[in-house]
Design a protein around this ligand. Structure first.
Ligand code: SIN
Length: 323
């Protein structure tokens, strides 16, 4: 009997699965089995079961796709998989990782990985990233970290990880926090025993419309008004500690009074939304007083997914964002 753990390898496309066209431009085409066969040593680590869910650039991945992926993973675990690797484009990997953290409570390691360099160029990082992700997925203790991103021999928690560079191999970072582990000399070294659970529940579907408005200097309420007319929820990426220009504040108040859940995050790369440092129209204390829900330390992209899942499972947004 095999003593290797059973790992489910789910492929969704991205650069790691890319094949160049006649002009050398990369598009996803490789299957999970292709990726496995071009990763020497993979089969020694785990008994790998492959599943090809999508073949797409990650810019095309949507919350319903993330929901379908969560279901696929749950099913794989029900059937006996002890770890999961998801290969994914790097552009939106942080969003899929966090969406999985919101919807999975499966007790097995889940590692997302991809590649910054296509497979046909020198120094392609796909095979090394896949091998490292398989090592993490085969490490039982990694389950306590929730879904993680494994890139460039670093392990990043879903809540904190972000793609911080467009093209370097070391593209991923966890601002304010740092990686929760590394993969070195063929060994997974975890720096923490666990991270707090982000799990909210498993919705029947994830099709609600939650929009994100990024605040820039001088912005007025036009985008908020337009969004409030069509969205089920709104996240504001405010300046600094969670602020908006005074000209935007009235539209936000109207949106909240009209019943729209509005979450306040910061466009800064790190740090929490403030509570009572600043006063006046558009300050964090004013926005809280008119009913915006503070996102705490959660960045805007992930706050959007959290609000989306909270609405889909019927959780009160205030509860969903309490830290
Ligand atoms: C994508 O996200 O699909 C393109 C970039 C990448 O995979 O690294």
């Amino acid at each position: 009997m095999s003593t290797r753990p059973q790992v489910l390898l789910v492929s969704l496309g991205g650069t790691i699965a890319g094949v160049p066209d006649e002009r050398g431009r990369n598009a996803p085409a490789k299957t999970a089995a292709d990726l496995l066969s071009s990763t020497p040593g993979a089969e020694d680590l785990a008994e790998v079961r492959v599943a090809d869910v999508r073949q797409m650039p990650s810019r095309a991945i949507s919350p319903p796709d993330m929901h379908a992926l969560a279901r696929e993973i749950r099913e794989g675990v029900r059937e006996g998989c002890e770890g999961v690797v998801v290969t994914h484009g790097t552009d939106t990997m942080e969003e899929t990782a966090y969406a999985l953290a919101l919807m999975l409570d499966i007790g097995v390691p889940v590692a997302l990985t991809g590649a910054m360099r296509p497979g046909h160029v020198p120094g392609s990082d796909g095979p090394a990233n896949l091998l490292a992700a398989l090592r993490v997925a085969a490490t039982r203790e990694a389950a306590a970290l929730g879904p993680v991103v494994v890139m460039h021999d670093e392990v990043h928690a879903a809540r904190w990880v972000t793609k911080a560079h467009t093209s370097r191999v070391a593209a991923f970072a966890s601002p304010s926090f740092g990686p929760v582990g590394t993969v070195l000399e063929g060994r997974v070294r975890l720096h923490v025993d666990s991270v707090r659970s982000e799990f909210l529940g498993v919705p029947d579907e994830l099709s609600g419309r939650v929009e994100l408005v990024w605040v820039s200097a001088g912005a007025d309420g036009a985008l908020v008004d337009a969004t409030a007319a069509l969205a089920d929820g709104l996240v504001i990426a405010g300046t600094g500690g969670g602020h908006v220009p005074p000209a935007m504040a009235e539209s936000l108040q109207k949106a909240v009074e009209g019943g729209l859940p509005v979450v306040l995050a910061s466009r800064c790369a790190g740090g929490p939304v403030l509570e009572e440092t600043y006063g006046g129209v558009g300050s964090e204390s004013h926005l809280r007083s008119i009913g915006l829900v503070p996102a705490g330390t959660l960045g805007p992209l992930k706050a959007r997914l959290r609000l989306m899942v909270a609405l889909a499972v019927g959780e009160d947004p205030v509860e969903a964002f309490s830290e």
